[in-house]
Design a protein around this ligand. Structure first.
Ligand code: YNC
Ligand code: MG
Length: 388
């Protein structure tokens, strides 16, 4: 059934009920001298390139490939439209490897037709902290689909990850592959219900009018929690402490240090936003919330071409009730003109989704580990990892 994935060191469906299999790496690392030194073969018309995402020109080519060929919803109404600034942020964390930003070009025209990336990350599984690759942005041009190019791209990124002496990876996909460590659901909170209904993202509920719907989703003009403010660089030590403690609650979660928090959480205009609650008495940071900006192109609509979506990232509440913190996140996202706020049912998110009028989405997001077996599937609330 999965001619490629059956050959890979990933949990296989046939082993799902076998509790005797040990937890941990499926294959041991091989000596670096035994890692294949040359790239995998591509069909003759194509060539491998390493994409320098610091080059405006290359970044624009990647942006154009993804904005025309990356992930769409099941009904092909929307397509992710990651911005160039977002891609540069997502691909340049501390310690990134340029060689893990891999393109495929047509030899004759140099047109970019496929892409895949890895970035390094320390991920904790139970009590083990493992350096992994997070693999993302796998994309093959629409005209080259179903030619088994994806397995070659995956093998090539794997080879380049192995060359850095890294043997595990984490990734997500909308499709079911062998085999998810957990399957999550997206929930959506309307901020601009009129536009969401106009473009077919949501529907008017039964016995609802447009004006009742707009009233239902109305939010205050500004955050309600005293001391709620945008995160600044000086907050990195306290946010790191809050996040480290919180993430210990989950079975699989990143192991962030201050450099990671400076990269991933400190606000970057149009890319990622974060807010802290600073105690009015002690000036301690007691809570924070964050979300990233990932618009979608609206395909074939006469009046609207872009949907502004905020995605819940990492949130930690120690003093402010989580519902109140995340309500303030909705309020500032609305102020920033987002149309919708999305969140997965990971970490403690189930504690605010229904209460804050999120509705469940269709389709799931499956999380995977490469070359690492866990004893049994996790509940989504046991997952402390958000991939972009
Ligand atoms: C997918 N999303 O099952 P079997 S997510 C992984 N992730 O193999 P072909 C996928 N595998 O089943 P196409 C996959 N989608 O026969 C398909 N596959 O064993 C498998 N879409 O290849 C599939 N981006 O080239 C099958 O298919 C084989 O031409 C078929 O290309 C697929 O970034 C794709 O959704 C997805 O651009 C490139 O459809 C194409 O259809 C496309 O004939 C729109 O491939 C965009 C899209 C995927 C977003 C993502 C995470 C990717 C993770 C990849 C796995 C990483 C493993 C770890 C590596 C490092 C290891 C170390 C150490
Ligand atoms: Mg193909």
């Amino acid at each position: 059934r999965h001619k490629f994935w059956e050959t890979q060191p990933v949990g296989q469906f046939k082993d799902l009920r076998d509790t005797s299999l040990p937890e941990g790496p499926i294959e041991p690392p091989t000596p670096l001298s035994e890692v294949k030194q040359e790239p995998y073969n591509l069909p003759n018309l194509y060539e491998w390139v390493t994409c320098d995402m610091n080059s405006e020109e290359t970044c624009l080519e990647v942006y154009n490939l993804l904005s025309n060929n990356y992930v769409e919803d099941d009904e092909n109404m929307f397509r992710f439209n990651y911005s160039k600034e977002f891609l540069q942020w997502a691909l340049h964390p501390p310690g990134y490897f340029k060689t893990w930003h891999i393109g495929v070009r047509v030899k004759s025209s140099k047109k970019l037709v496929a892409f895949i990336t890895g970035i390094p990350a320390k991920i904790r599984v139970q009590n083990e902290i493992i350096t992994m690759a997070e693999v993302n942005f796998l994309c093959v041009h629409k005209k080259l689909r179903s030619k088994r190019l994806a397995p070659v791209m995956i093998k090539e990124v794997t080879r380049r990850v192995h060359l850095e002496n890294i043997w595990q990876a984490a990734y997500t996909a909308g499709v079911v592959l062998p085999t998810p460590i957990t399957s999550c659901q997206y929930w959506h909170r309307s901020l601009n219900p009129k536009k969401l209904i106009d473009v077919g993202f949501s529907r008017l509920g039964p016995r609802m009018t447009m004006s009742r719907t707009m009233k239902l989703y109305k939010l205050p003009d500004s955050p309600l929690t005293p001391g709620f403010r945008k995160m600044e660089l000086r907050d990195v030590p306290s946010v790191t402490r809050l996040l480290k403690t919180y993430l210990l609650e989950f079975v699989v979660a990143p192991d962030f240090d201050e450099m990671d928090v400076e990269h991933w959480i400190v606000p970057k205009e149009g890319v990622v936003d974060s807010f802290v609650v600073e105690s009015q008495e002690t000036h301690e940071v007691t809570d924070f919330c964050s979300f990233y900006s990932l618009p979608s192109s609206i395909l074939g609509h006469p009046n609207h071409s872009n949907l502004k979506a905020a995605y819940s990232y990492y949130n930690v509440a120690t003093k402010t009730p989580l519902i109140q913190l995340m309500n303030d996140a909705l309020i500032v996202a609305k102020q920033m003109d987002f149309d919708v706020f999305n969140a997965l049912d990971v970490m403690h998110n189930e504690g605010f989704l229904k209460e804050l009028k999120y509705g469940p989405g269709d389709g799931k997001l499956h999380y995977y580990l490469y070359n690492y077996r866990i004893k049994s599937m996790l509940r989504s609330s046991e997952l402390g990892l958000v991939l972009l």
